[in-house]
Design a protein around this ligand. Structure first.
Ligand code: SF4
Ligand code: SF4
Length: 303
């Protein structure tokens, strides 16, 4: 497979439409991201382990606004790029995907819901995988018991920030998980509601099922299980799938801006009520202004 990858990358570079191809390279006993340029020796190129390449692309795009690049990306990484593009953090017009298909074993290890890149350039499409792998059977699952389950899991947290740092779609310029107004320093475990639920809320319409957070967590909290439940809920309620298309509006952002959760009648009634309230307030302030103004019977009147 690596030979095929070298052929594909070499052909993309030879076409001259991109300045470089982001992929992995083995050097000094480790594998990390590398920008291959035309004429480079591709012998050291690698396809694994998985690395947070969308994060690297986001940083390059923000610092080199004109750069046109290609990148060797797995399906979840492509979805992460789509989610970043929706939020203005990556320009897909300047990025060519070179699709790397995960093997069935890789997909199963991640519990990936969709290991199929938009186009397979390297590897072969894994066959026979379920559309949606079943969620792990985590007892108990209902009401307060469910909350207790997650509180107990998160009580193991050592606040290393690994889950946040490795996540390809966690890209707020200022992270609330590091803001002492929300998460006071020096406390372990960190506060459940602000530390974990802020991230869970942010992930509900952007997690791309890459499993990186769970793989990074040193105390093995089943993080993707929680985020997977949330994204499935959003999919069921809004028909929205993360990473599918850059044209899909994230429903939670939309809910804040356009209020699609209100039906039309509710929305109109709410707007009417707000309009009446505003008119009433204006009228009241005019009356008060009139009483206090120069024409009122008080001391400020004519000399
Ligand atoms: S699986 Fe974890 S690391 Fe990957 S996108 Fe979802 S929250 Fe982020
Ligand atoms: S990776 Fe695990 S231990 Fe580290 S902050 Fe995230 S949940 Fe906590």
């Amino acid at each position: 497979m690596i030979e095929r990858a070298r052929e594909v990358v070499s052909a993309v570079l030879a076409r001259g439409e991109v300045e470089g191809v982001l992929a992995l390279r083995a050097t000094e006993g480790a594998v990390g991201p590398h920008m291959f340029l035309r004429g480079d020796d591709l012998e050291e190129m690698r396809l694994s382990p998985k690395y947070a390449l969308p994060t690297v692309l986001r940083i390059i795009h923000s610092r080199a606004p004109g750069a046109r690049l290609a990148a060797v990306l797995r399906a979840c990484e492509q979805r992460a790029c789509v989610e970043l593009a929706k939020r203005g953090q990556l320009d897909l017009g300047r990025l060519e995907f070179i699709g790397l298909a995960c093997t069935a074993a890789e997909a199963q290890a991640c519990g990936c819901a969709a290991p199929r890149p938009s186009r397979v350039d390297i590897g072969e499409q894994a066959e026979g995988l379920p559309e949606r792998p079943p969620l792990r059977d985590l007892p108990p699952v209902e009401g307060g018991a469910r909350l207790e389950f997650w509180r107990k899991e998160y009580s193991k947290c050592i606040k290393c920030y690994g889950c946040r740092t490795v996540c390809p779609v966690c890209a707020c310029s200022e992270c609330l998980m590091e803001d002492w107004d929300w998460v006071k320093g020096g406390e372990l475990p960190p506060p459940f509601a602000t530390f974990y639920l802020i991230k869970a809320y942010h992930m509900a319409d952007r997690c791309v099922d890459c499993n990186e957070c769970e793989a990074a967590c040193p105390v093995r909290i089943p993080l993707t299980e929680l985020y997977g439940r949330l994204t499935r809920d959003v999919e069921r309620r809004y028909g929205y799938m993360t990473g599918r298309s850059v044209g899909d509006k994230p429903p939670l952002l939309t809910a804040l801006m356009d209020k699609p959760i209100l039906d039309k009648e509710e929305k109109e009634a709410g707007e009417k009520e707000a309009g009446e309230k505003e008119a009433g307030e204006k009228e009241a302030s005019n009356v008060v202004a009139g009483e206090k103004g120069p024409g009122a019977g008080g001391g400020g009147g004519g000399r």
